[in-house]
Ligand binder design. Structure first.
Ligand code: SAM
Length: 350
């Protein structure tokens, strides 16, 4: 299978005219292609423009810190890249609503004002009722705790229920905007359905985030350019990308790891094209390259996820990237933020 890696030619290395185009807001395909391929000093120039755009929209130079609680790994989808896919053989768990609410309370007392609740995709009535109960109790206890959900494709009625219970934001990555790839990677779903869900979330009034994966089997640079264009077609408040990591329990375990430099350049482009959106520097960047989360901040990111909400006994059962999961400690993240000359905000940035 093709991977995203394309050899750099000397033209890519020398011709920096695409930077002027980016500065002027010219986001044509040839400009985006040159920006995705640039490395070394040229890449630093790209990152500097991304930071400039971030400073214009977020002059306080803050990084939104959110705590994640991985509330269940039960999943109805069979995505080849995911170690929690239906049939992957891992042990399943569902956190009790009281335990999630207690955890959110504990983190609130310690100053955290942004919480992310994440799970596998499960449209069962009982599960959505449990999630609704969690959301409404969390919001009753602490109305100023910003609540982000990442629970996958649900029905319109289920999204409305969660919004009415008090959820503020929802993250639903489209993963790939290219039908051929989406349906190859996620054979139990369709791209139309994913994009329909994304549109519903925006229309219902969630502050909505979306994004893609980079370095996936069969993906080319043109496919990533299509993803960038797709991000502009939705009224989003958050963007993100992950780099493909072949987890030991996923269908794509024998495929090569993605090239993290494409992710850094894509992040810089997301910041330049959509400057006022929030964007995370994810732990997979660190896993691909030591110091990767710092580089993500230098490429324009302004959120970090702190892995202090999932109880220890469940952490290994939520292997997004790998069963040998890399969850950077707080000190490491604080250093990355300080090195990027930014400060952590426990309060929502939107
Ligand atoms: N079930 C939810 C959904 O469908 O949106 C949550 C999905 S998963 C827990 C969170 C994200 O991890 C996915 O949207 C995907 O982009 C990313 N991801 C999963 N496996 C990955 C892998 N092997 N490498 C990189 N990113 C991965």
């Amino acid at each position: 299978m093709l991977s995203v890696i394309e050899p750099m030619t000397s033209t890519h290395a020398r011709d920096m005219s695409f930077m002027d185009s980016l500065r002027k807001g010219d986001f044509s395909r040839s400009v985006l292609r040159a920006a995705l391929l640039v490395r070394d000093e040229g890449q630093q120039e790209l990152f500097a423009l991304a930071r400039q755009r971030r400073s214009e929209c977020f002059p306080a130079e803050e990084v939104e810190a959110r705590s994640v609680v991985e509330i269940s790994n039960v999943c109805q989808q069979g995505c080849h890249y995911c170690s929690m896919a239906k049939g992957s053989g891992i042990k399943r768990y569902v956190m009790k609503p009281e335990a999630v609410v207690e955890m959110a309370d504990f983190l609130y007392q310690r100053g955290r004002r942004v919480m992310l609740l994440q799970s596998g995709e499960n449209q069962s009535k009982a599960w959505i009722e449990a999630c609704t109960k969690i959301v409404s109790e969390m919001k009753q206890n602490h109305p100023d705790q910003e609540l982000i959900l990442c629970l996958g494709n649900l029905s319109e009625a289920q999204y409305v229920k969660l919004k009415e219970a008090g959820a503020d934001r929802y993250i639903l990555k489209f993963e790939s905007s290219v039908k051929r790839l989406y349906e190859m990677w996620k054979p139990t779903d369709t791209m139309e359905e994913r994009l329909r869900c994304l549109k519903m979330l925006v229309d219902i009034g969630f502050k909505t985030g979306s994004g893609n994966m980079v370095g996936m089997p069969g993906q080319t640079i043109d496919d990533i350019i299509d993803d960038l264009i797709c991000m502009g077609e939705f009224d989003l408040t958050m963007n993100s990308c992950t780099v493909f990591i072949p987890g030991e329990a996923c269908g794509y375990r024998d495929e090569p790891i993605g090239d993290v430099d494409f992710a850094f350049n894509l992040m810089a482009l997301m910041r330049i094209m959509f400057p006022n959106r929030l964007m995370p520097t994810t732990s997979c960047l660190e896993r691909c390259r030591p110091g990767g989360q710092f580089i993500g901040l230098m490429a324009g990111a302004n959120t970090v996820t702190i892995h202090d909400g999932t109880p220890e006994n469940y952490k290994a059962m939520f292997p997004i990237y790998s069963t040998k999961r890399f969850a950077p400690g707080n000190d490491h993240l604080l250093d990355a933020v300080a090195n990027a000359k930014m400060t952590i905000s426990t309060h929502p940035l939107q």
